[in-house]
Design a protein around this ligand. Structure first.
Ligand SMILES: NC(=O)c1ccc[n+]([C@@H]2O[C@H](COP(=O)([O-])OP(=O)(O)OC[C@H]3O[C@@H](n4cnc5c(N)ncnc54)[C@H](OP(=O)(O)O)[C@@H]3O)[C@@H](O)[C@H]2O)c1
Length: 345
């Protein structure tokens, strides 16, 4: 076997301290350490996620600096693991990795030109999906699929409420909810965003800046409330969710776009026997079977047109491009996915 030769350095979006958008820099850093169980990938596309801004601002901690941002990329495998135990593992072999093959990756610290990641974090792109769409759809797609399966199992006849319905995750939840036979209610800020959400399957979209969300949800559900709420807004919407859930309903706290939810007493769940969970996709998809199941399902559903990945904008691979992408995302103006193009086709 020939040993792969890598460049000495990478170009990466990284921070030396947490803070505002100005701490995000494009840095030249040493090539990452390649472990024997790692795949090395030349990155083509970077998916921008809200979580990148939580890390940049310090809501989620880094243990050391400089810290490379980001948790979603796609590109081409340039080196396979060298550990014979990994190479002979049937779970590894099932993924069909090969040099030159395309993968989408969900792993922290991956917004750079080359990455070295544990093989389990790389999803072989199947079902004819492009590297661009896989890089745009992986994290939010796996989140929608695993949350609708495991946080609350969405089924035919359910009525669900999805906040941030016109966002990257929200548009996928709208489509998946409809596909599973649920009535999907969403909230968003503008009429334009509401139209996009409806075009992706939302049945009712409430303009929370103009309408009373609780009143409208209770009207739509004849006073009963919804089976589940998926709430990516966090601080601003958390309290009102309790008024909109039906007896035995489930509140899935998905994220913190408006800030972290303050601590609460479990007694708050008692009046309607509600369930509350605060999951992350990364703890639903851990084992090789889970990764294979959800990865294959995602690419199959994209390929079949069940899930359309709405790309809001492509940004250049520059410091200004990366800063602008995070600014646009936290500024609440975006609909769908933000992508950064790293290499030319
Ligand atoms: N737990 C997980 O594993 C997981 C995985 C992926 C995403 N998430 C979470 O899901 C949520 C959506 O993520 P996304 O990447 O798809 O983002 P996004 O929904 O495309 O963008 C965020 C949207 O949140 C709304 N928003 C409401 N209050 C806001 C505020 N104070 N500041 C900024 N935005 C506000 C805005 O939409 P409106 O104009 O409609 O209000 C904004 O466009 C985030 O909270 C994210 O952290 C969680």
């Amino acid at each position: 076997m020939t040993t792969a030769v890598f460049p000495e350095t990478i170009e990466a979006f990284a921070i030396n301290k947490t803070g505002g958008i100005e701490v995000l820099e494009k840095m030249t850093l040493p090539f990452p350490k390649v472990e024997p169980g790692h795949l090395v990938i030349k990155v083509e596309w970077i998916g921008v996620n809200f979580i990148d801004t939580y890390y940049r601002q310090g809501l989620y901690p880094y243990s050391s600096f400089p810290a490379v941002l980001g948790k979603e990329t796609s590109g081409e495998i340039v080196a396979l693991p060298t550990d014979p135990e990994v190479l002979n593992n049937p779970d590894f072999q099932r993924m069909g990795y090969q040099v030159g093959g395309k993968v989408a990756v969900d792993f922290l610290g991956t917004h750079s030109t080359y990455i070295s990641v544990p093989w389990i974090k790389a999803y072989t792109i199947t079902h004819g999906v492009s590297t661009r769409i896989a890089g745009a759809g992986l994290v939010q797609g796996l989140t929608a699929l695993s949350f609708f399966e495991e946080a609350y199992k969405v089924k035919k006849g359910d009525t669900i409420l999805v906040h941030t319905i016109a966002g990257g995750l929200g548009l996928l939840m709208a489509q998946l909810g409809k596909h599973l036979g649920a009535t999907v209610i969403g909230t968003t800020s503008t009429k334009e965003k509401a139209e996009i959400a409806k075009a992706h399957g939302a049945d009712h979209v409430i303009l929370y800046k103009e309408e009373d969300t609780v009143k409208r949800v209770l009207e739509i559900t004849n006073g009963v409330g919804v089976d589940a709420v998926f709430d990516g807004v966090g601080k601003d919407t958390f309290e009102s969710n309790f008024e909109m859930l039906r007896r035995k309903g489930t509140l899935v706290s998905v994220g913190n776009a408006s800030g972290a939810v303050p601590p609460m007493s479990p007694l708050k769940l008692l009046p309607k026997n509600l369930k509350l969970c605060r999951p992350t996709m990364n703890h639903y998809i851990v084992t090789p079977d889970e990764a294979y199941f959800y990865g294959d399902k995602l690419f199959e559903m994209i390929s079949a047109g069940v899930l359309r990945i709405n790309i809001f904008k492509e940004y250049p691979f520059t410091q200004e491009g990366a800063q602008q992408a995070q600014k646009d995302l936290t500024g609440g103006k975006t609909t769908g996915k933000l992508l950064i193009k790293v290499t030319q086709d």
